[in-house]
Design a protein around this ligand. Structure first.
Ligand SMILES: [Zn+2]
Length: 153
């Protein structure tokens, strides 16, 4: 499967089987569901959405980003990259984004199924046509989340 990280466990939207953390393919026999998750994209979003003290040393080792990168980069950098790469889909299914600072973030058409956004700040985040099936939004904050969000329950 290749090893990914930053992916939480959750139920398969197609068959309900639990997909373990850091796993993309549903383990159930006969189910071909696979999470859409772009490891490099996740690393960049974490760099933009957290402060250095929020992430552990393992993050820096895995990504090559430095504390300075995490300090300097913010949601504007993420949005600039979205503008420059409109053809690349946001693939962050089951991503661990607990308490991420995503105010104003461009997550348009993002695949965020099963994503953990507990406690995240989502003021003015753009989630148009994003899919958030089984995403965790407990205590997420955002009075002006721009909608057309599809909840496929
Ligand atoms: Zn399944």
């Amino acid at each position: 499967m290749g090893s990914v990280w930053g992916v939480v466990k959750g139920d398969c939207p197609e068959c309900g089987t639990t997909i373990p953390e850091n796993t993309l393919a549903c383990p159930a026999a006969g189910c071909d569901y696979e999470r859409k998750f772009d490891q490099e994209q996740y690393g960049f979003l974490v760099t933009c959405a957290y402060k250095p003290d929020d992430v552990d040393d393992e993050f820096f080792e895995r990504t090559g980003y430095t504390r300075e990168d995490v300090e300097e980069k913010n949601v504007e950098d993420w949005n600039a990259r979205r503008l420059n790469n409109p053809q690349s889909d946001i693939q962050l299914d089951a991503a661990y984004l607990y308490r991420a600072r995503l105010n104003g973030a461009d997550l348009v058409r993002g695949s965020l199924n099963g994503t953990n956004l507990s406690g995240a700040s989502l003021e003015r985040a753009k989630l148009t046509a994003a899919t958030l099936d089984r995403a965790t939004l407990a205590r997420a904050q955002g009075r002006q989340i721009s909608a057309s969000v599809m909840f496929n329950e």
